[in-house]
Design a protein around this ligand. Structure first.
Ligand SMILES: Nc1ccn([C@@H]2O[C@H](COP(=O)(O)OP(=O)(O)OP(=O)(O)O)[C@@H](O)[C@H]2O)c(=O)n1
Ligand SMILES: C[C@](O)(CO)[C@H](O)COP(=O)(O)O
Length: 250
């Protein structure tokens, strides 16, 4: 068993890095995605509250749009957030990978467990956050929340021009596939090493740990942890918030 796969002491502090520096091109013209509102509250604030709802998370590092750190600081000051949680804001980079690395660079030394959570997944339930933390505490160097797929997936030869027919080359066995969400949880040393070592295009942090040859495990994700990517996702997110309000009776 490597150093990184030993169970973590129960008191190991947990920090969350929230990359929020993306433009949201697929959502269409407007403010940077994390600053757009859902039922009147910026998506980023929903995401920060979702992570700070875990009593294990003692620090949230928000990675703001490169020229938006001051605006994000003001937003955090203007919204009610738990007292037990500290907040830091740092400017982000050109890619998600770079933004996460800038967030990691800002972490104080004591946080041995790090969650990385997309600002674009504002409605993740706290039970999902806690399940990820628990699996890291139990000794997994990297943990992803994941769901089975509803659609059949095809591998294609991508067309040079969008909209042109694409030859299908394979159909992976759906029962073995999972759609991966965030927060992804890590033993901090493992995640830092992954960001120092792995180069090239990646779409999530756990795949960087896989490239180190370290184990990554999946725990059950949640439908409400979906990523707000396209305009219809905004409609779904506001509907989820409305349903929560009804269920909470206010
Ligand atoms: N340079 C970047 C790019 C993305 N992100 C963050 O990474 C998360 C996942 O990215 P995605 O959903 O793709 O957001 P965008 O990059 O904003 O979307 P798009 O690709 O449509 O522009 C988001 O919270 C986004 O803000 C980031 O911090 N820095
Ligand atoms: C990290 C992620 O949310 C896991 O599903 C996803 O890969 C982010 O992709 P994006 O294209 O940066 O939204």
């Amino acid at each position: 068993m490597s150093d990184e796969s030993r169970p973590q002491p129960a008191q190991t502090p947990v920090a969350a890095v929230i990359p929020a520096a993306g433009r949201g091109v697929r959502l269409g013209p407007g403010a940077p995605k994390a600053l757009r509102t859902l039922n009147g509250t910026p998506m980023l604030i929903h995401a920060v509250r979702a992570l700070a709802a875990s009593r294990h998370v003692s620090l949230v590092v928000v990675v703001a749009p490169p020229d938006g750190a001051a605006e994000v600081k003001s937003l955090l000051d203007a919204h009610a957030l738990p007292d037990r949680t500290d907040f830091l804001v740092v400017p982000g980079g050109e890619t998600r990978q770079e933004s996460v690395r800038l967030g990691l660079d800002a972490l104080p030394p004591e946080h041995g467990i790090v969650l990385v959570h997309d600002a674009a997944r504002p409605l993740v339930p706290v039970d999902t956050v806690d399940a990820v933390i628990e699996a890291v505490r139990d000794g997994a160097p990297a943990v992803v929340p994941a769901l089975p797929l509803a659609d059949t997936v095809k591998e294609v030869e991508p067309a040079a021009v969008t909209g042109e027919p694409e030859p299908v080359v394979a159909t992976p066995e759906r029962a073995r596939l999972r759609a991966v969400q965030t927060p992804q949880g890590f033993d901090r040393a493992t995640l830092v090493r992954a960001h120092e070592t792995v180069t090239g295009d990646v779409t999530d942090d756990a795949s960087m740990v896989e490239r180190l040859g370290q184990a990554v495990v999946a725990v059950p994700g949640h439908e409400e942890a979906f990523k707000v990517t396209r305009p219809l996702d905004l409609v779904l997110a506001e509907a989820v918030l409305a349903r929560r309000r009804l269920n909470d009776g206010f």
